[in-house]
Ligand binder design. Sequence first.
Ligand SMILES: [Zn+2]
Ligand SMILES: [Zn+2]
Length: 105
Amino acid sequence: MIQTRKLAIACPQCASPDVFYSCTPNCCYNHVCANCGTTFEPATTISGGTLTGVIPPDPLPDATDPTAECARCASNAVYVTEDGRLVCGHCGALLSLEITEIAPG
Ligand SMILES: [Zn+2]
Ligand SMILES: [Zn+2]
């Protein structure tokens, strides 16, 4: 079994970890930095390989915690493994994170 933790995304502008998800998955993935006000959208790409037995973080992420969508199955159950890789908790795809739509605040 593979233990995971919540996704953490640093601000692409000031590297602050105080980043909040400000929308809902059926709308967009707009995130905002509490430190400098920069907004951005994280996206994932398939990096190859699949993990099985992925255990979701406990507790699960809050609605305002950083979120990204799996490039394979469109689930937003994207977590980080203990060795720092991104994995989809739904389909097990290994993913890489990209930051898009960066708008400095
Ligand atoms: Zn920032
Ligand atoms: Zn997936």
